[in-house]
Write a protein that binds this ligand. Structure first.
Ligand code: SF4
Ligand code: SF4
Length: 408
């Protein structure tokens, strides 16, 4: 296993991290015995960064991770966990969730504590609730050794958040298709310029980039003289970037763990040749040519006066067709762009066709017309309202549980 320094903390973290969001057992359950075996196996192979969060596996991920780290495993690793800020209505709520997470994990300290899934609007809101004071206090009290955030917003907001606080680290989505999506490579470089280490999530887009790819893409990979799996191309490209400390992978099979560890053995910064980098660029271009909307995610069209998140709307729409994952991408679209997490909605239906964005688009996309299609696909069905209601209920579940506990 290779290790890279987290710039501010000087911790030597394994370049492959274990994401505990896809443990064996399904989305809302965990096969505890299997999960513990896999987590311990990964640690025995040198993985020392384990990532979990409040909502993963309906709250069971943190508990199982805590159990897996008994019997001498805790000392070998760093734990990352995340504040579910969408459940926090007050500064006290933040304290409550941090304490509850320590209890679930059966730990006294969380090594890497992140504010989960930030964007610009959520950050503004959390500042008004006193998040800075909460974060300072979490460190001073020794409950969180290092503070960071995970991000799902626009690049300019990412830079602003980076500048607003003395972060120890951050976590962004980054992969061969998302080079410019959300924080993107510019955000990665920006964080690096501020000495902030970056953890990468969604390196394989939920596994989609490791599975069978469209023929046009597979052909480009197969034409390269050295045979490599799709996962190897995608992961090696990420690890090639300076600034990347650890790449998280949600693993739930021993074979997967073995394959990823094997790939990680060769993944030094700058180890890919020009030919190899060109191959990945060509594969990504072939992917893009198959997209319904040729959006590169550059974000030149932002901000929209109606707050439509144009690149994200197109990304979810494209993903639906590229990976044939209609329900999943509609869910992501409604959760991330809808009014789910105490923030300003950013849906395609908010577009009033003013045309302001169009002149900034280097791809000359008829943005209002394409947004109409996105709206029809993702918001136009009778199931949208019940689906949004269900998603809101699921997201607020933790808070309701807490209120019940307090009433008792
Ligand atoms: S056309 Fe629509 S998306 Fe573009 S700036 Fe105007 S309101 Fe925003
Ligand atoms: S400017 Fe065009 S290509 Fe860039 S994010 Fe906006 S719609 Fe996509």
């Amino acid at each position: 296993m290779l290790y890279r320094d987290m710039p501010k903390t000087k911790d030597k973290l394994s370049i492959l991290g274990f994401g505990c969001m896809r443990l064996p057992g399904g989305q809302t359950n965990v096969n505890e015995k299997e999960a513990i075996e896999q987590i311990r196996y990964a640690i025995d192979q040198g993985i020392n960064y384990l990532d979990t969060a409040w909502p993963y596996h309906n709250g069971k991920s943190e508990v199982v991770l805590g159990k897996a780290l008994r019997d001498g495993y805790r000392e070998k690793v760093k734990i990352a966990d995340k504040l579910p800020h969408w459940l926090c209505k007050t500064r006290d709520d933040m304290e409550y969730y941090l304490n509850a997470q320590l209890k679930r994990l059966d730990q006294e300290v969380i090594d890497y504590y992140l504010i989960h899934s930030l964007d610009g609007a959520a950050w503004d809101h959390l500042q008004s609730l006193g998040i800075m004071d909460f974060m300072d206090n979490a460190k001073e009290s020794g409950k969180a050794a290092n503070i960071g955030f995970s991000f799902h917003g626009l690049r300019d907001d990412f830079k602003q958040i980076i500048d607003d606080y003395d972060w120890d680290f951050c976590q962004i989505q980054f992969n061969i298709l998302d080079k410019h999506f959300q924080a993107g490579v510019e955000g990665l470089d920006y964080a690096r310029s501020k000495n902030i280490g970056v953890i990468i999530m969604e390196p394989l887009r939920g596994g989609s980039l490791a599975k069978k790819l469209p023929d046009q893409v597979e052909k480009i990979y197969r034409n390269f003289p050295t045979a490599r799996s799709n996962a190897e191309w995608a992961l090696r490209w990420i690890w090639n970037h300076p600034g990347v400390v650890t790449v998280l992978s949600g693993m739930n099979h021993k074979d997967q763990i073995d394959e990823n560890i094997q790939i990680a053995e060769k993944a030094e910064v700058g180890s890919l040749s020009t030919e190899e980098l060109n191959t990945v660029e060509n594969a990504a271009a072939a992917f893009r040519s198959l997209m319904k909307v040729p959006c590169t995610g550059c974000q030149y069209c932002q901000p929209c006066p109606q707050n439509v998140n144009i690149p994200s709307a197109f990304t979810f729409y494209n993903n639906k067709y590229l990976f044939k994952q209609g329900i999943m991408n509609r869910g992501f679209y409604l959760m991330q762009l809808g009014d789910m997490q105490q923030r300003r909605p950013a849906l395609a239906s908010q577009c009033i066709s003013c045309g302001l964005c169009v002149k900034h688009c280097p791809q000359h996309i008829d943005i209002p017309a394409e947004l109409k299609k996105v709206e029809k696909e993702f918001e136009g069905k009778w199931t949208t309202k019940p689906l949004m209601f269900m998603l809101k209920q699921a997201l607020s579940q933790g808070r309701k549980k807490r209120e019940r506990t307090q009433d008792e």
